[in-house]
Ligand binder design. Sequence first.
Ligand code: ADP
Ligand code: MG
Length: 611
Amino acid sequence: MAKKKLKRKKIESTTLTQDLQLYGRLLLYMKRYYIAFFISLIGFGILAASQPLLAKMMELITAAIQNKDVDARFTLPLYAIGIYFIRGLGTFIGSYFTSFIGASVIRDIRQDLFNHMTVLPASFYEMRSQGELLNMMTSGVRGVQELVTGAWKTILMQGMSAATLIGYVFYLNWKLSVIFLVLAPVLLALVQLSARKLRSIGRASEQQLGGTLQVAKEMISNLGVVKAFGATGYEQDRYLDALQLAFRLQMKTRKVLAISGPLLQFVIAFGIAVLVFVLLNPETLQTYTAPELIGYLTAFAMIPKPMRQLSSIGLAIQQGLVGAEMIYEIMDTPQEEDTGTIERDQIHGEICLDNVTFQYPRGNQPALRNVSLRIKPGETVALVGKSGSGKSTLASLIYRLHDPQEGTVSIDGVPAKEYTLENLRKHISVVNQHVALFDDSIRNNIAYGDTHYSDEDINAAIYNSYASEFIAEQEKGLKTMIGDSGLRLSGGQRQRLAIARAFLKNAPILILDEATSALDNESESYIKQAVETVMKNRTAIVIAHRLSTIEKADRVLVMQDGQITEEGTHAELLAHGGYYARLVKSEFGEKEEAPKLKYNTTKNITQHDSI
Ligand code: ADP
Ligand code: MG
């Protein structure tokens, strides 16, 4: 708690430099569009220049009335139309080109952000909820969008107008205009105050919106469970709670805005009141003509409008900066380490783990402890153990989803880190229990991430994974769209697509993580055969729940609490009568809490057997 407070304080005290840095970084995005920027400057420059002309027109009209100047009937209307034409032109050019810059910058930011997210390490995603991430991507960008399109335009358009008008009133009569110098600091202080308030609320508000998104996401993806457990009311309440918090924060923002707007106007009105009082004193009245005074007052009275607009972008700026903070939190996270240089066309598929210890960033104890193993090329190794014993974690180290804190993982005798990530992963296929499918055609799901495969390759992969039959039954065959996460397919069908994907990739190392655990009996026999075929001539690590798969493995590694505790063939381990034997006896049902025996693995067993 104390730590949290400290952190927040620090953020606020460095706000100004941080803000400037954020602006600077956003400006870098704009740099590319400098030509459009100059054109928009010209546009708004034209608009700003027309402001004093309007005031001048009031002066001319008053003069014409006073002097009963009939000729002005013809010149003044033309003058007016001319001014408004120029204003229109300026506004168009300025608005169009600032919008162009804004939309371009947002497109660039979105692309950079997405690209960066694809190369971030898994640990980044493990630290945050999906709702939080989606919110960072959507509302973070939306905030910046407001800043670079809306606010930027206002700054240019109204800022230039206000500046010209202020310059003009000083030019007309600097003595009278001095009142402005008194008002300016008061106005600035007000704007500054509300900006700071908005910023801190904005940050909290964004976080809360991420919360609501997470609740919604969970409800949608767990809909079946929500309904089955009669939890609709519970979810509604959960969402409402999250919404209410967000609502309260929003209202705080609105309150600050609702107060600061009128307050600003009041200060300005006060200035005008003083001005009128001074104008109407006998001395001034004698010095200046009525048209002059009216022209001056008109120009002065035109200042509050752009000023007000300027002050109202405080919210957009603050939201933009909050958005930029979110975006840069992602962009500043270093991408997964990819410093290796080795690229091999072919590998044999030998896998070695040497004294590997790994702990998840959020884990409170190591998921793997001093794990050493060697898998020969072409060997099939089954990883067996209770859930949570570290099987998936071990497998994930091989394709460097995570890097171990201690020890090394090597492939073909070369540390995995020395390969380029792309090359390393080219040699490894992964099939998980939760098949990752995309809302795309069956063909694109099988040839995922690579479009160069021929139809023949794809058909062979489908044939080998026993998927031909059900694909043929689909209305559009390979072109059938499978829906969000393969919604329109059964579990077994999804699994076979994943195996087809592995066939197609034809990598020498294959990782099957409980690929057959979620299947019904009907698909199981298919998948079993498919799995057996796909494992041939490859180094395979099979994390299995099924005895049939394990029996066929060349070697079984038993994992307990992040360590390999037994090792041998199925028969050897059974004969040994240890943890594995008990596990098999209870049919992997985990009914029995096995005592935590710690063997010094292989040697014991092999020695025992050879004796
Ligand atoms: P298995 O595949 O054998 O069921 P895992 O390798 O998935 O086990 O998990 C091993 C241990 O690491 C478990 O204690 C689990 O709670 C923990 N763990 C897994 N994934 C994460 C994660 N992303 N963050 C923190 N801890 C994790
Ligand atoms: Mg697992």
